[in-house]
Design a protein around this ligand. Structure first.
Ligand code: ADP
Ligand code: MG
Length: 468
């Protein structure tokens, strides 16, 4: 019965939502026309009731008739989040994911925890949590596009480490509110639990601290231990750890320790875990242990609300017509939307002119990036080989003739610089080379650019060509 219900539900919502909210449900028993299902947490239950009650009811009635009843069993929350019983009836993809976690902990692959807390002097850790209280839940407006992420964030703030959203991974494009939400969670936790140590850190800073700890102070372990002491760790833009093996390794130990001790981890990324490149598999799989919630581009109504609330906060009034124009034309990035508002206000106060549609159009046209499509590796190869007057086959060939090798290296260099492709993928597309060859090419081009003027000129000319 449950499977037929699922089928019906699956046909009526998006795959991502289906995976998130319906796959984890386990049917427990069917008595007369009353079906019991088990859900992973109270939050989960509330979410289902709030958003999917109608859908559930419809699917159940279809199967069991008008007297159909649904009974929820809420699984006791288990801090480590791995309750093998709960994996039983899950579809194989999910099961695999959870099994992995079980095996991992059974085999004791996790790092040994030899009481890392005995560093003298920092038992009562007082650290600056680096939170920005201007980013809070009150001014993080809710909309369809962020509802899941925002609610999960709130749930975490109520019970850090005590929900099944550990880690919470918030992902989405630039300017959609990842950093804001990350701070809001931390700020809220600090308000509710002042005694908890919360730490917000950007991945860049984290990486820099790690490198310093190794190179300047030779105390990598202190670095790791320091992070293991916090109650809530928020790491922004985790995709930036890509390719940084040492930092990833350190983060791995920190993550394991925190997770095992029921501490909360919140991560943000500009990509979904499946699209992250050059991040170790064991980390990627951990990112998926909790909840991955996407921040999508806000819908029109949310954009209107965001504009109005910014204006209200700044005490500025603007005709509806202008607000609507902004919401219609700055769609993909809330940061740009804010930028347009600020710039509009500035223009009007400098020129002492009312904000009218004409001014708005002008300002907005300067603001919204013309959506440029990303170059492909194929296009780059074409431009580079044309520039050096050879064909693409020659560029890809196995020859070691110097000028051909250089052209090939330049193509690799630009592919790395101007596309989001991985080294391995670039190598594959440019004549089936491996990632080390591409890495070498990038370094060579960088070197030559700084030592060889005429070479540098080629590269810069090419860059101009590629950009237009
Ligand atoms: P990201 O980290 O995803 O690039 P940010 O968190 O820096 O994006 O957000 C960009 C700007 O948009 C910030 O000024 C933030 O306050 C604002 N913003 C994003 N989402 C919302 C929202 N839901 N409500 C209000 N402001 C928002
Ligand atoms: Mg950000």
């Amino acid at each position: 019965v449950w499977n037929s219900c699922l089928q019906f539900i699956e046909d009526n919502i998006t795959p991502h939502l289906f995976d998130t909210w319906f796959k984890p449900i386990k049917p427990v028993k069917l008595e007369n026309s009353s079906l019991s299902i088990q859900v992973p947490s109270k939050f989960f239950f509330e979410w289902l009731e709030e958003h999917y009650a109608e859908l559930l009811k419809a699917s159940l009635r279809k199967e069991l008739g008008r007297n159909a009843k649904l009974v929820y069993n809420i699984r006791m929350e288990n801090k480590r989040g791995n309750n093998p019983a709960y994996t039983e009836n899950l579809p194989s993809t999910k099961r695999k994911k959870i099994d992995y976690q079980d095996i991992d902990s059974k085999k004791g692959k996790r790092p040994e925890l030899k009481n890392p807390f005995v560093i003298p002097g920092i038992k009562n850790l007082k650290i600056d949590s680096q939170l920005n209280s201007n980013y809070n839940f009150d001014n993080f407006l809710e909309g369809e596009s962020n509802r899941l992420a925002r609610s999960a964030g709130r749930a975490i703030a109520n019970k850090p480490g005590g929900t099944s959203f550990n880690p919470l991974l918030v992902f989405g494009g630039s300017g959609l509110g990842k950093t804001h939400l990350a701070h809001a969670i931390g700020v809220d936790i600090k308000e509710k639990y002042p005694e908890k140590t919360v730490l917000y850190i950007s991945s860049e800073k984290f990486t820099q601290q790690f490198i310093d700890s190794v190179t300047k102070r030779n105390n990598r372990n202190d670095f790791i231990h320091f992070y293991q002491l916090v109650d809530v760790l928020i790491v922004d833009d985790i995709q930036l750890l890509s390719g940084k093996a040492g930092t990833q390794e350190a983060f791995f130990h920190i993550f394991n320790h925190l997770h095992q001790n029921g501490k909360q981890v919140v991560l943000t990324s500009d990509k979904a875990p499946v699209d992250m490149q050059d991040i170790e598999q064991r980390l990627l799989s951990r990112f998926k242990w909790g909840l991955s919630a996407e921040l999508q581009t806000p819908d029109y109504e949310t954009r209107i609300n965001i504009i109005k609330s910014k204006l209200f906060r700044d005490g500025v009034e603007m005709p509806d017509e202008i607000v609507e124009y902004l919401a219609e034309n700055v769609k993909h990035n809330i940061r740009e939307l804010e930028g347009a508002i600020i710039s509009l206000i500035a223009h009007s106060s400098f020129s002492k002119k009312e904000i009218d549609l004409e001014l708005t159009e002008r300002v907005v046209s300067n603001f919204v990036r013309k959506t440029k499509k990303e170059l492909s590796i194929g296009q780059i190869q074409k431009v580079v080989s044309e520039y050096f007057d050879m064909d693409v086959d020659t560029l890809q060939s196995k020859t070691r003739k110097r000028h051909i090798v250089q052209a090939r290296q330049i193509a690799m260099y630009f592919s790395k610089k101007m596309t989001k492709s991985s080294l391995a993928n670039i190598g594959k597309e440019i004549g089936k080379r491996d990632h080390a060859t591409v890495l070498h090419a990038c370094k060579t081009v960088d070197n030559l650019k700084s030592t060889d003027k005429s070479f540098n000129k080629y590269v810069e000319e090419l860059q101009l060509k590629l950009k237009t």
